[in-house]
Design a protein around this ligand. Structure first.
Ligand code: COA
Ligand code: AMP
Length: 636
C-alpha cells in the first residue's frame, strides 16, 4: 500500500488516535484529554477541553525557541512602492501592544472585533491581537461595499471595529473610512469604538467613536496571551450562501491549529524557516489559513503581497516575489494565472527570474481549468497542484499530498481526499455514485479538525444548509465525480454560489438587490463562463407592468445598484431586459437551463416548462447581446 493510502485509511479508521498524534506537534498550555466529542446536534468537536492560544503557538513559542530574529513577514506592496521585513520578535511585540490597546477599549475573551483591512502587516497584527485576548475576529474583505460590512456588523455585534483609512488598488486609492462610517450608520448595532490605521495615501476623517491606531498603541502596555479552550471560537468568517444573508462560518481554535500545522507538512511540504507565499487576501479563507495562521504556526515566513498578478508593474510580479523572497511553495487562484497568461503567453517574464527555490505551485479557489493547468505544467519544472477546499472546511479537502507522496497529476482533478476527509459521492437518492458517475460531493461525519463548528448565532442554518440533505454527511455544495483511480473531479456548485475571479459570491444575493429596484418585477441572476474570471454574473430582468423608461438606463441603474450594495468585486456588468423568463408550471425560473444557454451547452426543452416560447425569446435576446456562443444559434 502506498504511503498516502496508509495514512488516509488510518485517519478514517482511527480518527482519534490519528489526530491525537498530530495534536502533539503544536504547543499547548494544557493538552486535551477529550480528542473527539459530538455536540448535541451530532457535530464533531475536537480537543474541546485542551487549553492553548493560537497566537502563543504561532509567535511566543517561536520567539522562545530561537526564531526571534527570523523574518515572520515579508511585506511587499508595489502599489505603494513599499517593502518591510518584520521578524518574529518584532511581530510579537506589535501584536502584544495592539492586544493591550484593544484591552483598553474593553475587548475581552469572547468579544467580537470586526476588521476591514487591506493587505498590510497591521491586518495580521490585529488578527493575532484578537486571538491573543481570546476575542473573536471577523475580517471583512475590503472590496465589499458598506452595506455588506453593515450586515456583518449587525450579525457579529462587535465591540470594536478595526480598519485602515484606505486600500490601494493599481490605479486608485479606495477610501475605507467613509465605508466604515456608512456601515456603522446602517447597522443597528453600534460598536463602542473604531480603531483607524491611518495610511499616508489617504487619511480618514476621525469622528467621536474613532481612535488612531498609532496613538493608541503608543499608550498601551503589552498584553499577555489568554488561555482559551480548544473548542473556543477563533474567528467568524462570512461567506456567501444561497440567500442574501451571508453565513458566519465559525472556526474553533485547537482543531484549526492542528489541521493547519499538519497541512503545511503533508500538503505544502514546508519546513520551519522556509518561505511560503499565498497570493490571496486576508479577507478570504485562504488568507486566514495560509497567509496569517498556518505559515507562522509552522515557523515559516509568510509573504504578504499588496498588489495584483498583473500591472504591478507587469505579469512577472509573482515570479519576482518568488525569486526575491526565495519562496518554496506558492499558492494562488487559477484566475490569476489566466490573467498572467493573457499578458505573457510564452512566459518570457518568468525567464527573467531565478525561481529555482520554488518546489511546487498550488492552485485553489475555483476549478483549475485544463488549458491553464497545461500552460503552467509546460512552463514550470515543478508540480502544479490543484487542490479543492472551501471557507467552511478551512483547509484542503482534496489535494496531491506532495509532502507525503507525490502522485501523478491529472488535468481537471484536485487529486485525492486529504487524510481526515471521508469524501463520498451521492446521487439524488442518497446512493453511492459509481466511478465516473456525477453526484453530490459530501463528507461523511466526523469532519476532521479545522472545519466549521457552526454558523454564527444560527445553529438551525448550520443544520439546514449543511447537514440536512444527507443525514450523517456534510454537504459541500459542489458536484463532481471520482474516476477509476479514485481521483476527484470537482465540476462546480450545485447551488446559487458562483465563483468570480476566485471570489465566492451569491447570485441569490444579487437577485435580492436587483429585485429591490422599483422598476423590476422579476429577475434571475446567473453565473456564466468567463475566460478570465471563470464566471461572471448576468442579470435577466422583467420590468414591472407599465414600465415605460429607457431600458439602457434601467440596466445601468441595476449595475450601479449591485456595485453600491455588494461591491465592485461582484463584477456585475451585464443586464438583459426581457419580457418573459422560462419557468416551470409551478413558477420556478429555470436557472440551470438559462446557464446552459449562456454557456453554449446543449440543452433540451424540459417537459415541465410552462411557456416554451419564453425560452426562445430569452435565447434570442442573449444571442443579440453576444451572451452565449455560435453553437446556440444552431439550437434555435
Ligand atoms: N478593495 C476595493 N476594491 C477592490 C478590491 C479591494 N480589496 N479588490 C478588488 N476590488 C475591485 C477592483 O478594483 C475592481 O473594480 P473595477 O470594477 O472598478 O475595476 C473590481 O473590484 C473587480 O476586481 P478584480 O476581480 O480583482 O479585477 P481586476 O481586473 O482588478 O483583477 C484578477 C483581475 C484576475 C487579476 C484578480 O481578480 C485576481 O488577482 N484574482 C485572484 C483572486 C484571489 O487571489 N482570490 C483568492 C482565492 S485563493
Ligand atoms: P471559498 O469558500 O471562497 O473558498 O469557495 C469554495 C468553493 O470554490 C468550492 O465550494 C468550490 O465550488 C470552489 N473551489 C475551490 N477550489 C476549487 C478547486 N480546486 N476545484 C474546483 N472548485 C474549487
Amino acid at each position: 500500500m502506498t504511503t498516502y493510502k496508509k495514512e488516509f485509511q488510518r485517519s478514517i479508521q482511527q480518527p482519534e488516535s490519528f489526530w491525537a498524534e498530530q495534536a502533539k506537534r503544536i504547543p499547548w498550555f494544557k493538552p486535551a484529554n477529550t480528542i473527539l466529542e459530538y455536540d448535541e446536534q451530532g457535530h464533531a468537536r475536537w480537543f474541546i477541553d485542551g487549553e492553548m492560544n493560537i497566537c502563543h503557538a504561532a509567535l511566543d513559542h517561536h520567539v522562545e525557541h530561537g526564531r526571534g530574529d527570523q523574518p515572520a513577514i515579508y511585506w511587499d506592496s508595489p502599489v505603494t512602492a513599499s517593502k518591510r521585513t518584520i521578524t518574529y520578535r518584532e511581530l510579537l511585540d506589535q501584536v502584544a501592544r495592539f492586544a493591550g490597546a484593544l484591552k483598553t477599549l474593553g475587548v475581552e475573551k469572547g468579544d467580537r472585533v470586526v476588521l476591514y483591512m487591506p493587505m498590510v502587516p497591521e491586518a495580521l497584527v490585529a488578527m493575532y491581537a484578537c486571538a491573543r485576548l481570546g476575542a473573536v475576529h471577523s475580517v471583512v474583505f475590503g472590496g465589499f461595499a458598506p452595506n455588506e460590512l453593515a450586515v456583518r456588523i449587525e450579525d457579529a455585534q462587535p465591540k470594536v471595529v478595526v480598519a485602515a483609512s484606505c486600500g490601494v488598488e493599481v490605479d486608485r486609492v479606495i477610501p475605507y473610512k467613509p465605508n466604515i462610517d456608512a456601515a456603522v450608520e446602517l447597522s443597528s448595532h453600534k460598536p463602542d469604538a473604531c480603531v483607524i490605521f491611518q495610511r499616508e495615501q489617504l487619511l480618514g476623517e476621525m469622528g467621536p467613536r474613532d481612535h488612531d491606531w498609532a496613538e493608541l498603541i503608543s499608550q498601551s502596555a503589552p498584553a499577555e496571551c489568554v488561555a482559551v479552550k480548544g473548542g473556543d471560537p477563533l474567528y467568524v468568517l462570512y461567506t456567501s450562501g444561497t440567500t442574501g444573508k451571508p453565513k458566519g462560518v465559525v472556526r474553533d481554535t485547537a482543531g484549526y491549529a492542528v489541521a493547519l500545522h499538519y497541512s503545511m507538512e503533508v500538503i505544502y511540504q514546508m519546513e520551519p524557516g522556509e518561505v511560503f507565499f499565498s497570493a490571496s487576501d486576508v479577507g478570504w479563507v485562504v488568507g486566514h489559513s495560509y497567509i496569517v495562521y498556518a505559515p507562522l504556526l509552522r515557523g515559516c515566513t509568510t509573504v504578504v503581497y499588496e498588489g495584483k498578478p498583473v500591472r504591478t508593474p507587469d505579469a512577472g510580479a509573482f515570479w519576482r516575489l518568488v525569486s526575491e523572497y526565495r519562496v518554496k511553495s506558492f499558492f494562488t487562484a487559477p484566475t490569476a494565472f489566466r490573467a498572467i497568461k493573457k499578458e505573457d503567453p510564452d512566459g518570457s517574464l518568468l525567464r527573467q527570474y531565478d525561481i529555482s527555490c520554488m518546489k511546487a505551485l498550488y492552485l485553489a479557489g475555483e476549478r483549475l481549468d485544463p488549458p491553464t493547468y497545461h500552460w503552467l505544467d509546460d512552463l514550470l519544472d515543478v508540480p502544479v497542484i490543484d487542490h479543492w477546499w472551501q471557507t467552511e472546511t478551512g483547509w484542503p479537502i482534496a489535494a496531491n499530498l506532495a509532502g507525503l507522496e507525490l502522485l501523478p497529476t491529472k488535468a481537471g482533478s484536485a487529486s485525492v481526499p486529504v487524510p481526515g476527509f471521508n469524501v463520498q459521492l451521492l446521487d439524488h437518492e442518497g446512493k453511492q455514485a459509481k466511478a465516473m458517475e456525477q453526484g453530490s460531493v459530501v463528507i461523511k461525519q466526523p469532519l476532521p479538525p479545522g472545519c466549521l463548528i457552526g454558523v454564527w448565532q444560527d445553529p438551525q442554518r448550520f443544520q439546514s444548509a449543511y447537514m440536512a440533505a444527507y443525514p450523517g454527511y456534510y454537504l459541500t455544495g459542489d458536484g463532481g465525480y471520482f474516476d477509476q483511480d479514485g481521483y476527484l473531479f470537482i465540476m462546480g456548485r450545485t447551488d446559487d454560489v458562483i465563483n468570480i475571479a476566485g471570489h465566492r459570491l451569491s447570485t441569490g444575493e444579487m437577485e435580492e438587490v436587483v429585485g429591490s429596484h422599483k422598476a423590476v418585477a422579476e429577475c434571475a441572476v446567473i453565473g456564466i463562463h468567463d475566460s478570465l474570471r471563470g464566471q461572471v454574473p448576468v442579470g435577466l430582468v422583467i420590468p414591472k407592468d407599465g414600465f415605460d423608461g429607457d431600458e439602457l438606463t434601467l440596466e445601468n441603474e441595476l449595475i450601479a445598484l449591485v456595485r453600491e450594495k455588494i461591491g465592485a468585486i461582484a463584477c456585475f456588468k451585464e443586464v438583459l431586459v426581457v419580457d418573459r423568463l422560462p419557468k416551470t408550471r409551478s413558477g420556478k425560473i429555470l436557472r440551470k437551463l438559462l446557464r446552459s444557454i449562456a454557456d453554449g451547452k446543449e440543452y433540451g426543452v424540459p417537459s415541465t416548462i410552462d411557456d416554451p416560447a419564453s425560452l426562445q425569446e430569452v435565447h434570442e435576446a442573449m444571442l443579440k447581446r453576444e451572451i452565449g456562443s455560435a453553437h446556440n444559434a444552431r439550437q434555435l
